[in-house]
Write a protein that binds this ligand. Structure first.
Ligand code: SF4
Length: 376
């Protein structure tokens, strides 16, 4: 099963702005810190061994102390490792949840424990706040697959066809679109436009999976998530063979045949809700590796099988560079105000839609892929 190693590498602008490798000097695990972090350790004891906690706890304590002094909040994506997600993040969830929390945040400083497009989304929604990303190399293969100029050309090719852009895109791409979406609400957003044809960018697989749920004709772009595209039907067959009765939950950035071979498909929030509500005996989440650890913390009676496809970009965010960001107030996310204003309209239109239902089949499994028009 080819589920172990995915190499990432940033290209383009962010690669030139690399964050320093040096983090803060190691801190001591004193009895006082052990006491102050004991309740946090109890929460994550099922996924973090005691010997590792001694290395994490001092930095966790330092971050939680400093963020209060600074008046900062930390937004933690579901693909962060558990010591970040459960121990320093103030708000957690998928891209849609974090966008909503950024908009509501009652703090002058936002530290984005996630990738660069997420930090940009926070800045778009909160132009007067300071938004920090702990490592500027934390990119995304989807966000890098398309530019604002590409969207302009598509609009010329398909005049009058509304453009929906996945939030996994740069601010300049969002600025060229009509409305944003996430995997939680993509079908809802596409149908909200009341149009016979919609351009849905840039994830080819998400677009194909959305097309199974709607009669709207979909035109899309050949972008892919480098993590989710790696999963195969053979992986799922192997998992089922080795774990009889296992329930297979899949993210819609995966290929359509992988979705078809699954028991349930939905966004990270949908998968998390499915596990919370149904408490399956054993389950596998076909998505980024840390998600299983984070959902396992909240569902101690569920047995998780954990194929490990890591997102190399998400894994650039560490406790050390979160602390460094708070200590030095770097790296501040800056967006051209004119681009940010146009992008804000598209993000805000998405946020203004009613929140999607907490659970339910937003994507179908057990069926062939639907047709889309693919432009590259
Ligand atoms: S998991 Fe995929 S979509 Fe998410 S940040 Fe990583 S490369 Fe991008």
């Amino acid at each position: 099963m080819a589920l172990n190693q995915i190499n990432g590498g940033m290209s383009g602008q962010m690669a030139q702005e690399q964050a320093p490798e040096t983090g803060p000097a190691p801190l001591d695990y004193t009895p006082e810190i052990a006491r102050a972090t004991a309740a946090l350790y109890e929460k994550v004891a099922g996924v973090i061994p005691k010997f590792e906690w001694a290395a994490y706890a001092p930095t966790i304590h330092a971050i939680n102390t400093l963020k209060k002094e600074r008046g900062a909040v930390i937004l933690g994506h579901s693909y962060m490792t558990p010591e970040i997600y459960h121990c320093v993040a103030d708000y957690t969830g998928d891209s849609l949840m974090l966008a909503r929390k950024a908009a509501e945040a009652d703090a002058d400083i936002i530290v984005q424990a996630g990738v660069h497009f997420m930090a940009e989304t926070s800045k778009i929604l909160c132009p007067d706040k300071t938004v920090l990303i702990p490592d500027t190399r934390a990119g995304c293969s989807l966000a890098e697959s398309i530019t604002g100029a590409d969207v302009v050309k598509l609009k010329e090719k398909y005049p009058g066809v509304p453009v929906v852009t996945y939030v996994n895109t740069s601010a300049e791409v969002k600025a060229e679109c009509d409305i944003c979406c996430t995997s939680s609400n993509a079908v809802q957003v596409v149908e909200s436009l009341n149009a016979p044809r919609v351009i849905l960018l840039p994830d080819e697989f998400l677009a194909k999976n959305v097309a199974t749920m709607t009669d709207v004709e979909i035109i899309t772009w050949a972008g892919r998530c480098e993590v989710h595209e790696k999963f195969t039907v053979e992986d799922i067959e192997e998992l089922r063979g080795a774990n009889p009765g296992i329930e297979v939950l899949t993210h819609p950035e995966c290929p359509p045949d992988v979705m078809a071979a699954s028991d349930f498909a939905g966004s990270t929030s949908d998968m998390s809700n499915y596990v919370k509500q149904r408490q399956p005996k054993n389950v596998v989440l076909i998505t980024e590796c840390s998600m299983s650890d984070n959902v396992a913390v909240e569902n101690p009676d569920v047995d998780f099988i954990r194929p490990c496809n890591l997102c190399p970009h998400m894994k650039r965010i560490t406790l050390d560079n979160i602390l460094h960001a708070l200590q030095t107030m770097t790296h501040e996310v800056v967006i051209d105000p004119e681009i940010a204003a146009r992008a804000r309209i598209a993000v805000q239109r998405m946020i203004d839609l009613p929140a999607p239902a907490a659970a339910g089949p937003k994507f179908r499994t057990k069926q062939p892929a639907a047709h889309v028009t693919l432009v590259a």
